[in-house]
Design a protein around this ligand. Structure first.
Ligand SMILES: Nc1ncnc2c1ncn2[C@@H]1O[C@H](COP(=O)(O)OP(=O)(O)OP(=O)(O)O)[C@@H](O)[C@H]1O
Ligand SMILES: [Mg+2]
Length: 276
């Protein structure tokens, strides 16, 4: 068992905080000594690169298209940007621009599918955790990323539309086979009580077990951080939002869902999904 984890951060409705949760959790896991790769799998307005202050002209799609090597697309985020004194000196943080969410990977030709698998295999050799920041919406590629990952973090806020779309997403993820393990993360809540209430409300509508890992507090430090093109955990580490994201990241790290697979099983699952 290698302990590699792949986690897709998703939602139903857009703009509910996926990217902020994905970037901030990736940073926290790296600070805790993990080798983390954040894959921007958003086909719309991807802004994870902006929050991390990195640029790469090559993407995972260029790798799958055979136009460049994975090494030339993967960017290491300078530790000087995200490490604080006292953080583990083991951790590393990489970013991979995705540009792959727009295509249904199951309809790729065999060569591209093979390269996608090889790329995931190579990525898994580089990392302890691979985080996919997905697009909003219930598009098939988003569902597939959650299936590949095997673990999905569904982010929602208290807005009725966000809750409704998160519920639909959770139901779809329950129905597909293989079905990923699902965490539900309430964002922009006033306190943990509201987060728990929101979680319980949506949990009642799901047949499968929904995992609780914590919630993220509403905090003006987040839009302020976004304004400065920084994730809140770096911009204002002592803010309420940063504290709640740190707790969430630690909880997720310490609680791998039951039956976490080794790398081989993980890639077998991806192969199976591609060939369905
Ligand atoms: N905990 C929070 N407190 C206050 N504002 C927040 C919080 N989380 C997110 N926001 C606000 O929501 C905005 C959208 O966040 P983010 O870009 O992470 O959402 P997203 O789900 O990734 O969006 P998209 O669907 O477009 O990819 C942020 O710019 C910020 O202003
Ligand atoms: Mg986003």
């Amino acid at each position: 068992m290698s302990g590699l984890r792949m986690i897709a951060i998703t939602s139903g409705k857009g703009g509910v905080g996926k990217t902020h949760v994905a970037v901030s959790c990736a940073i926290e896991w790296a600070k805790l000594g993990k080798k983390v790769i954040l894959v921007d799998a958003d086909l719309g307005l991807c802004n994870a690169d902006m929050l991390l202050g990195v640029k790469s002209k090559n993407t995972m799609k260029s790798v799958i298209d055979g136009k460049c090597s994975l090494d030339s697309a993967l960017v290491e985020v300078d530790p000087g940007q995200w490490k604080f004194p006292g953080d583990s000196d083991q951790g590393q943080l990489f970013f991979l621009p995705g540009d792959i969410g727009s295509s249904d990977l199951t309809v790729l030709d065999p060569d591209h599918q093979k390269r996608f698998l090889e790329t995931l295999q190579e990525l898994s050799g580089h990392a302890d955790m691979i985080v996919f920041d997905t697009s909003a919406g219930l598009g098939w590629p988003v569902i597939q990323f959650c299936q590949y990952a095997g673990e999905a973090v569904v982010v929602t806020n208290r807005e009725p539309l966000a809750k409704r779309d998160a519920t639909v997403m959770l139901k779809v993820l329950e129905m597909v086979s293989p079905s990923p393990q699902c965490w539900l993360v309430p964002n922009q809540v006033i306190d943990e009580l509201e987060g728990r209430r929101l979680f319980n409300q949506l949990e009642k509508l799901c047949k499968d077990r929904l995992l609780w890992g914590g919630c993220v507090l509403q905090d003006k430090a987040v839009p302020e951080a976004v304004e400065s093109s920084r994730p809140v955990v770096l911009h204002e580490p002592q803010s309420d939002a940063s504290r709640s994201i740190r707790d969430l990241a630690r909880y997720l790290l310490d609680h791998p869902p039951a039956g976490t697979e080794d790398d081989g099983a993980l890639l077998d699952r991806v192969r199976q999904i591609l060939h369905q």
